[in-house]
Design a protein around this ligand. Structure first.
Ligand SMILES: [Zn+2]
Length: 259
């Protein structure tokens, strides 16, 4: 029987070359938990692991047991994807590669456009900033690992520390261009049939929100503070969601005021 998402503790084969192990760390920002992706050419014992996930011994042991780990790739810096890295590196000895040096162990940082040859696969590195400045996607022949740039459901939160809407929209363009007919394998949630289509959907959603905010600024004044805009645009939404909405509105105001 084929497994469906979420299948905690079970290796779930999603494409001929990609399987997922879902970490048991569900939460507001992680949906059902972090997806750890395990990539290998059919018949290969060697595997590439994308995002070992949180520091959870049981999860990391299960990931390590999935094959001979020859390489670890990191989609971005957030702890739900990287907290287990050191422990995993110690256990497997596999080199770890990421966009920023701070996560690299026994190798070099990843570069946009780089093509990696490992576990019988060709993996192309795509820089897709916006969720964070260091966000990467990884392109395979039939799928794209999208990290938190595109999720299995809901929308991506832009990290106020270094995520920007301008970067994010450019990354959606890039994923649309690369992703026609390729399955999206996200950092959280279930896979999505077509990366290009979901990139278009995400962009449409962002532009609708931008239009709402522009309309609010006409009423409230062009220099209205983020929370004032939230109260106006999200008037019908539960107040508990306003702090999260404020982050998103802030990113959009920056975008509108800088473009
Ligand atoms: Zn995440």
């Amino acid at each position: 029987m084929t497994l469906a998402h979420p299948a905690y503790g079970q290796l779930r084969q999603v494409t001929p070359t990609a399987a997922v192990l879902l970490a048991d760390n569900p939460g507001k920002m992680t949906l059902d938990g972090t997806n750890t992706w395990i990539l290998r050419a059919p018949g290969s014992d060697e595997v590439v692991v994308v995002d070992p996930g949180p520091k959870d011994k049981k999860h990391l042991d299960a990931v390590a047991a999935s094959g001979t780990v020859v390489l670890v790739l990191v989609t971005h810096r957030h702890g739900d994807h990287t907290d287990g890295l050191k422990r995993f590196h110690k256990k497997t000895g596999a080199p770890i590669r990421a966009f920023s040096d701070e996560f690299v162990h026994g190798s070099t940082a990843l570069v946009d456009g780089e093509v990696i040859d490992a576990a019988g696969l060709k993996i192309t590195v795509l820089a897709t900033p916006g969720h964070t400045a260091d966000s990467l996607s990884f392109e395979l022949d039939d799928a794209i690992l999208t990290g938190d740039t595109i999720l299995g459901r809901g929308t991506t939160v832009l990290d106020p520390k270094d995520g920007t809407l301008a970067d994010y929209l450019a990354s959606l363009d890039r994923l649309e261009a690369a992703g026609a007919g390729k399955i999206a394998l996200p950092g959280h949630g279930a896979e999505v049939a077509d990366t290009a289509e979901v990139a278009r959907m995400y962009r449409k959603h962002r532009f609708e929100r931008l239009e709402q905010i522009k309309a609010a600024l006409w009423v409230l004044g062009q220099d209205a503070k983020p929370m004032k805009v939230v109260k106006h645009v999200y008037a019908d939404v539960d107040k508990k969601l306003w702090p999260a909405a404020r982050m998103s509105v802030k990113a959009q105001l920056t975008y509108l005021r800088e473009s």
